[in-house]
Design a protein around this ligand. Structure first.
Ligand SMILES: O=C(O)CCC(=O)C(=O)O
Length: 358
């Protein structure tokens, strides 16, 4: 399938709908009853694991390091999601990156429209994922930027306002790429592979990294819609910087949805589909979604640390045995992500549909 070049319908900015003051949301945003947010939410005291990465850095004590590796291993196998503190990003950088993007979304529509995106690369200011005409849409706008490989970086896509945005986001991106490398090493060790195994399978120094900044405007009928429909992330690892003041992210756990309570300056880490494939489903890429709020907007930064897009990804032969045969065929990440880019977020349908018949 070639690259689609245009949206199937005129684009409506959700922020404009929200600011119009209407108390009823358009039908195009109303989800079918089973997908609406209020069903099966978790008791208040359940949260995704919180892991202190100080145990990996600064010549941490061997026993503490081993305990940290174990915590990460359990989180990857049983949750697919965890949040990390002491990750090495300065608190001012973490807050600064989120707040500079909030400022961007509060620039005039004229400033933002200069960067309106198309489905060809998705890069720029957008309001829909997927190309199905008549699809039920999500209550959010976003900004999508490629960071690596640098050959893909379109310098015209960096917003020129706020003026300090680029400098802050470049520093934030560098740190996220460092954290991605560190965690791939930990995942390799935990899976019993050589330290650099996963990094090499991702392309060594040629990995892909891109950022989607999500802006969820206030919504007058939050019980009827979602900020982002249920999906699993197609890539390698996602580093999500949530809005600390407004919860919204929900992670699937069995039949329940757990509302994530972010720790201060924490970064949420989740396993993407490519790591589920490489680990032959030892690690889980878990469905998640976002609910919206009637009184508060929400901003989040989802950084996707991905394999080089033209490398074949398949289960590591070291993890394939007669008892645990390969569950997935080989496919490049480019081929894989075309599915979500054309169909939009739709649960875990893709990685599940790829599974080889037993
Ligand atoms: O906004 C959030 O908390 C989650 C965002 C997300 O899942 C995504 O961008 O893929």
């Amino acid at each position: 399938m070639g690259c689609p070049c245009d949206w199937p319908e005129p684009i409506v900015r959700v922020q404009s709908l929200s600011e119009s003051g209407k108390t009823i949301i358009p039908d195009q945003y109303i989800k079918p009853p089973p997908d609406r947010p209020s069903l099966n939410t978790s008791p208040l005291d359940i949260n995704i694991p919180l892991i202190d990465l100080a145990g990996l850095y600064n010549d941490a004590d061997h026993i503490v390091r081993q305990a940290t590796l174990k915590e990460i291993s359990v989180a990857c196998r049983e949750w697919g999601f965890f949040q990390v503190i002491n990750h090495g990003l300065r608190p001012e950088l973490v807050d600064g990156a989120r707040e500079i993007w909030r400022e961007f979304f509060h620039e005039s529509m004229e400033v933002k429209q200069k960067y309106a995106n198309s489905p060809k690369t998705y890069e720029g200011y957008g309001s829909r994922l997927g190309l199905q005409k008549g699809a039920i849409l999500d209550w959010s706008d976003y900004y999508f930027l490629h960071y690596l490989p640098s050959s893909l970086k379109d310098h015209n896509k960096w917003p020129d306002k706020p003026t300090s945005l680029r400098e802050i986001v470049e520093e934030y991106s560098k740190e996220i790429v460092r954290l991605g490398r560190d965690l791939l090493e930990v995942f390799s060790i935990n899976l019993g592979l050589s330290d650099d195994y996963l990094q090499n399978r991702f392309g060594g120094d040629d990995i892909g990294a891109c950022l989607r900044v999500n802006f969820y405007p206030k919504c007058p009928q939050p019980d009827l819609t979602l900020g982002l429909s249920s999906h699993s992330d197609p890539g390698g690892i996602t580093f999500l910087l949530p809005d600390e003041d407004v919860s919204g992210l929900q992670v699937r756990r069995g039949e329940q949805w757990i509302t994530v309570k972010p720790a201060r300056h924490a970064i949420i880490v989740n396993i993407g589909d490519q790591l589920q494939v490489l680990s032959n489903a030892i690690y889980k890429s878990v469905e998640h979604r976002v609910i919206v709020n009637p009184d508060k907007e929400r901003v989040s930064l989802a950084y996707f640390y991905n394999p080089k897009s033209d490398l074949l990804i398949h289960p590591a032969p070291e993890l394939v045995t007669p008892e645990t045969p390969a569950l997935y065929p080989s496919m490049t990440f480019d081929e894989y992500r075309l599915f979500i880019r054309t169909r939009g977020p739709q649960g875990k349908s893709q990685v599940e549909s790829l599974k080889s018949p037993k």
